[in-house]
Every structure is written in C-alpha cells, then in structure tokens.
Design a protein around this ligand. Sequence first.
Ligand SMILES: N[C@@H](CCC(=O)N[C@@H](CS)C(=O)NCC(=O)O)C(=O)O
Length: 219
Amino acid sequence: VKEVKLLKTWSSLFGLRPVWVLKLKCIEYESIDEDLSSKSALLLQLNPIYKKIPVLVHNGKPISESVVILEYINQTWTQNPIMPQHSLEKARQQFWAKFNDEKLLPSIWSVFTKEGKEREEAMEELVENLKLAEEELQGKRFFRGDKIGVADLAFGWLANLMSVFEQVIGFKVIDGRFLLLSSWIQHFLEIPTIKDNWPSHHKLILKYQALYENFHPLK
Ligand SMILES: N[C@@H](CCC(=O)N[C@@H](CS)C(=O)NCC(=O)O)C(=O)O
C-alpha cells in the first residue's frame, strides 16, 4: 500500500498542481480519479468541508486545498524545493498564488460564462489582472526567479488551458500585450515534468466546448 494517495480528476487544473510537485520530487503515489458528478464516499469523508478535489492523503491523514497541499508536500519532502528560503520571497510566492486563485481565475471564468456587457467588463478585468502578472515577471524567468515555485504552479493552468479557452471562445487573450507572460508560458512548458503531465488537449477542448454550450445555448 502506498503511503501517499491523491484524489483528483483527469482535467482539474487544481488537481494538476500536486501531480506536478509529487513528480518533481519523485514521490510515488496512488492516483484516485474522482467523478465529481457523483462524488465518492471517500471524497466526502476526506474533504467534508469543501467536498472538492484535490485531496492528498499521507499516512491516512487528508490534506485539502491545492496550495496548502503544495506547501505540505514541500515541507514533508525537502528535495527539489518549490519555495524560496527567505520569508519575504516565500510570502511573495503565496501572494501571487492567492492572486491567481482569487482574481485571475474568477475573471477568466466570467469571460467564459457571461454574455454581453457583463462579459466585456470581465474581459477588462482579465486584461488588468494579466497586466499585473506581466509586471510581476519583469526581469525574471519564473514568478519565483530562476526556478519554478508555488506561484508558478498556481499560474500553471495558463500555460496550457488558456489555449483551450481561447480556442473555445474564439479569440486570443495572450497576445503581443503580454510578452513576458508568453515567454513564461514557453519556459514553463519546457520543464519535462510539466510537459509530460498535461491532460489531452483534444479531450480538454471537448470538455470545455460542452461547458461553453451549456452557458451559451443557441437561441
Ligand atoms: N481552492 C480549491 C479549489 C478546488 C476546486 O475547485 N476543485 C473542483 C474541481 S476543479 C471541485 O472539486 N469541485 C467540486 C464541487 O465544487 O462540487 C483548491 O485550490 O484546491
């Protein structure tokens, strides 16, 4: 029996974060795929508060919330650290991970789900958020610096899922306005562990196309 288990789904961007870090640190784990349309008793028992994936189970003890999981893994297995040593730099990583989850992701989700004026407003907000991320990357290869950190893993979805969103919504978001983010995407995608663990692009397109049609039924 493996001492580490991870409950996730095949497509979740939150679920990918612990996958990346477990692989970066060469930790063996058992992957358990959840069906969120019919949540398992195991998931409800392990994450009774949020009932969400991912959940990491280490020696029988559950840990939920992806960024919390990342920090737990980083402190428990110290090889290939994904956090800087210095408290101030560490705080900065946490700050940008939170920014991603609380501002950037909701703004792209609104662009994806809303229509008309609401969508235009969401688009402005998305561009503002991307500009802030672009500024944070000034003079750096990754959000952490030379290496990837918690903030890079939190922004990780942008490297692959943004192209899925763009294809489904039918226009480009990451264009010439975001040169630093574009090169961050390239650098992030070049990391072997990252490259090797994306869900299938085709399957993602089908999934998000179906979601999009739910939000925007043909009139
Ligand atoms: N803040 C959470 C978000 C996780 C999350 O939203 N998970 C989604 C899948 S992408 C989920 O399990 N949703 C089930 C539900 O909301 O019922 C994290 O970072 O882990």
